[in-house]
Design a protein around this ligand. Structure first.
Ligand SMILES: Cc1ncc(COP(=O)(O)O)c(C=O)c1O
Length: 436
């Protein structure tokens, strides 16, 4: 059974013709038969990456050998790439490091600020719907320090949960499941008013929405290199700490005191002494090949600078998600689905999530199967399992660097067809893989 042509409620050709960021799509090697709506999970391959990594392997490693730590600037890469990330997140030069993973960086900053808490502050506050690794890291720290992790059920209740016994408010700026974005300024201020520190996970923000860490007065932030920063699978993450915490005489200490974070790593002295600034948040030797690939990913964002930078990317991201929501709403209404992402721009990141509440689902596993059926048609989104509070989520990321309004129209048409014909209801789409 064929679905009727789904009328697109926007003029994709006109919007694409007027899109000043459109040339940036050429910076990526995107398969011709794919509409890629999963850059919020793994960014696509920048055209420059393969050659840059090959050149590093053959030239810098193969020919330069160990000399390249100095001659090719390998040792300086975490700071140099950190400086490339800084303007995307409202941080200053010399304040950000590209290193380790988001989980590890979160452990480092969370432990550092827990170490600064005053007596009686025994709680870390976060949201139940935060990304699980953030909660697991906080749970481990709480066990180590005899503290408790307090999980707020609804975003609106966060300010009231930050009381005089709270050491750290730890939040993810844009929620991984429903794409809801927090007010970083207001929540950081609420944390500070209660005497707590504010730590932000920018995994779904960096490179997708403008962020102003210094303007918000946040205390620390971490984020992913492999999502909107297009650094490749397992790319190094980043870490930022407000410079007010890293001045002379600071006692801010992170627990993974490796030699790269030492004030003089090549003095090889037995006693640890932390580096002066953000350097102290380094641990050990970093993956140079992966850092080089991350550099290529960051170049794709910096290519947007002359075209309006993050403000222009944000405007296009909102136009893309607006277009998809407008196209998806009637389809959802016909099939008992709902748009789970907030409609208000101020509350929306760069993704659109659709949800089936358990009662409305045509059969268990339908959400996963719809995503699989779309992937089989070349429309790649992903699926996130729900819980008692939030239904299963069909996630579609809209990265403004390379997506076209024509892609949005085609994705909506595919969604309409997959649902209308029940194409998803086949055994091969209901079979779950290890990674969703
Ligand atoms: C909010 C958030 N934090 C952290 C991570 C992942 O952390 P890691 O790169 O350490 O696995 C993700 C991955 O999707 C995420 O969505």
């Amino acid at each position: 059974m064929n679905a009727p042509e789904h009328p697109t409620p926007f003029d994709a050709a006109a919007l694409d013709a007027a899109d000043t960021l459109a040339p940036l799509r050429d910076l990526f090697d995107l398969p011709a038969d794919v509409i890629y709506l999963d850059g919020n999970s793994l960014g696509p391959l920048p055209r420059a990456t393969a050659e840059r990594v090959a050149q590093l392997v053959r030239g810098e490693w193969g020919e330069g050998l160990i000399r390249s730590w100095n001659t090719a600037g390998w040792f300086a890469l975490p700071g140099r790439l950190g400086d490339a990330i800084a303007p995307l997140i409202g941080a200053g030069a010399g304040q950000v490091l590209a290193c380790d993973t988001t989980s590890i960086n979160l452990y480092k900053v969370l432990a550092a600020f827990v170490g600064q808490r005053s007596a009686g502050r025994t709680r870390i506050v976060s949201e139940r719907s935060n990304f699980p690794t953030d909660l697991y890291i906080a749970q481990g720290l709480c066990q180590q320090h005899g503290m408790t992790l307090h999980l707020v059920e609804h975003a609106d209740d966060i300010p009231a949960a930050v009381g005089a016994d709270v050491a750290v408010l730890m939040l993810t700026h844009v929620n991984y499941r429903d794409g809801r974005m927090h007010d970083m300024v207001a929540l950081t201020a609420a944390a500070h008013a209660a005497g707590a520190f504010a730590i932000w996970d920018l995994a779904h923000s960096a490179g997708a929405v403008p962020v102003d860490l210094l303007g918000a007065g946040a205390d620390a932030a971490v984020g992913c290199g492999y999502k909107y920063l297009n650094g490749g699978p397992g790319a190094p993450a980043f870490v930022w700490v407000h410079p007010k915490h890293l001045g002379p005489g600071t006692t801010l200490a992170q627990p993974l005191q490796g030699w790269w974070g030492h004030a003089a790593p090549f003095a090889f002295v037995p006693q640890y002494q932390p580096g002066a600034g953000i350097e102290r948040f380094q641990c050990g030797t970093q993956p140079v090949l992966a850092l080089a690939a991350l550099g290529c990913g960051l170049d794709t964002l910096h290519a947007a600078q002359p075209l309006g930078g993050m403000a222009a990317l944000r405007a296009k991201s909102l136009a893309l998600t607006d277009a998809f929501i407008a196209a998806a709403q009637p389809i959802c209404a016909a099939h008992g689905l709902r748009v789970a992402t907030p409609l208000a721009h101020a509350l929306r990141g760069s993704q659109v999530s659709l949800a089936w509440d358990a009662a409305a689902q045509p059969r268990p596993g339908a959400g996963y199967a719809v995503v699989q059926a779309l992937i089989a048609r070349g429309v790649i989104g992903d699926f996130r399992k729900g819980d008692a509070r939030m239904a299963d989520i069909l996630r579609f990321g809209f990265a403004p660097l390379y997506l076209r309004f024509a892609d949005v129209a085609q994705a909506a048409q595919a969604l309409a067809e997959v649902l209308h014909t029940r194409e998803w209801d086949q055994p091969q789409f209901l079979q779950q893989g290890a990674v969703t």
